[in-house]
Ligand binder design. Structure first.
Ligand code: GCO
Length: 456
């Protein structure tokens, strides 16, 4: 049996993508509320105002999770639901919502994994300069402290940031996500550094204030490049390409780098290559900063969707192999590359030596309700199946993988793409808010059952 008995078979969501109730019960605005209400920023002007109405329907949703045998649920908190202004006064009604949600999960024996920040930054703090303001480190640490004071009596697992690469890259480099800015690289690198410091400061605050022994992780992402063959040279080339710091070319999402965002957190230093390449843009980086950023964490998460195939040239340098004609794609045009689920966890484990969680993996499809009233999504079943079989290979290679969170539990607001892409294993009818478990949901239930308690 490859998967451990207590393997966290989970699903994931994020607050702004599912909750709705955006002005209800004292919630403060986030940058995503403001951005999605601006003309032309999201697909057909979609917003998260109502989303999946999870704020009112969480009991129904958790019941479905339990019926599907889900063991762990990764969700994020809306910072401005707890602190409407980002700092200062706490909104008791917002706290109650999360407290009730946690109780409901525990009632069904579903382990909560809280992500502190999944992109919905409090608008009031953004007006004060957001991540560019050096006070942002303390604001985040205070928020983290409050969260553990409130919930760590019942919640044992916390994740600081989700995909810092994306909220900085899409939000401030490319301007396609909230708050929709294109800033100079000097500002962007200052923000990166503040986000990393905020991560470290939050870890300190959480450890000091937790009510029981908690575990803390971090959930970045990046292109999960994998070798074209089992040849040692190709493996080395893929590893190199996986961790390289890309040069800055206009809007190329330089922030997509794995090592720039993870070496400081786990190894306590930025990658040399990046320090040289980005020198002219970098803020002052002190030893004290690096010490703060590299507070020990307990597990390492990665959101893994796809990667590129890499082979070595005659000098061992990585060459990206062209995708074959007609290669598999998801509805969102993302390539289907299951092998990345073998190699990314392996590369990460070898470099960072921490237990690994796959904090997101899944695919979008343009699912419909068929005449029989069901939602048939064989493509998603095939996708998840192939990726999980590759994950087994990583475990067989000795990688300590402790959990897998399928993105997503239900269809939801896919950021700039609005409701046009469906990632859920539960279908959501946005007109009626009816939920229909897709075939993939039942498939996942079976997979979990047959991979738990000594079965395989
Ligand atoms: C991300 C976020 C999720 C997305 C998912 C599909 O990776 O962009 O973590 O919020 O919805 O990944 O794009």
């Amino acid at each position: 049996m490859l998967f451990k008995e207590d393997f966290a078979w989970g699903v994931a969501t994020a607050s702004y993508q599912i909750e709705g109730a955006y002005t209800e019960d004292g919630r403060g605005l986030s940058v995503w509320d403001v951005f999605s209400h601006e003309k032309g920023k999201t697909y057909s002007g979609h917003t998260g105002d109502i989303a999946c109405d999870h704020y009112h329907r969480f009991k129904e949703d958790i019941k479905i999770m339990s019926e599907l045998g889900i063991k762990a649920y990764r969700f994020s908190l809306s910072w401005s639901r707890i602190f409407p202004e980002g700092t200062g006064k706490v909104n008791e009604k917002g706290v109650k919502f999360y407290s009730d949600l946690i109780d409901e999960l525990l009632k069904y024996g579903i382990e909560p994994y809280i992500t502190l920040f999944h992109w919905d930054y409090p608008y009031e703090l953004y007006k004060k300069g957001g991540w560019l303001n050096n006070d942002s480190v303390g604001w985040f640490a205070d928020y983290a402290q409050k969260v553990v004071e409130l919930f760590s009596d019942r919640v044992k697992n916390f994740i600081t940031f989700n995909e810092p690469q994306c909220f900085i890259g899409h939000g401030f480099e490319q301007g396609v996500h909230a708050p929709g800015l294109k800033l100079p690289y000097k500002d962007i690198f200052q923000m990166c550094h503040n986000v990393l410091k905020a991560h470290g400061a939050a870890v300190v605050a959480m450890r000091q204030n937790a009510k029981q022994k908690i575990k803390i992780g971090y959930a970045p992402t990046g292109a999960a490049n994998y070798p074209a063959s089992d040849d040692a040279a190709d493996i080395e080339a893929a590893r190199k390409s996986f961790f390289e710091c890309p040069p800055i070319v206009n809007d190329n999402m330089i922030m997509g780098s794995v090592s720039w965002w993870s070496d400081p957190v786990v190894l306590g230093c930025y990658p040399e290559e990046g320090l040289k390449m980005y020198k002219e843009y970098l803020p002052d980086i002190t030893d004290a900063d690096m010490k703060l950023i590299s507070q020990p964490i307990d597990f390492y998460c990665q959101n893994i969707y796809n990667g590129k195939e890499v082979k070595a040239d005659e000098f061992g340098s990585p060459i990206i192999v062209d995708r074959c004609l007609g290669h598999g794609k998801t509805a969102a045009q993302w390539p289907v590359t299951p092998k990345c689920m073998h190699w990314a966890p392996k590369f990460l484990y070898e470099r960072y030596n921490l237990p690994i969680f796959i904090s997101e993996n899944g695919m979008s499809a343009h699912d419909v309700v068929s005449l029989d009233g069901k939602v048939h999504d064989p493509n998603r079943i095939d996708f998840v199946n192939r990726y999980l079989l590759e994950l087994e290979k990583a475990i067989a290679d000795g990688v300590d993988v402790q959990g897998y969170f399928l993105w997503s539990f239900m269809d939801n607001f896919e950021w700039a793409l609005g409701y046009s892409e469906r990632f859920g294993i539960v279908y959501v009818d946005y007109n009626t808010q009816e939920r229909i478990v897709k075939d993939s949901g039942y498939w996942y239930k079976n997979w979990i059952e047959s991979n738990t308690n000594g079965k395989n």
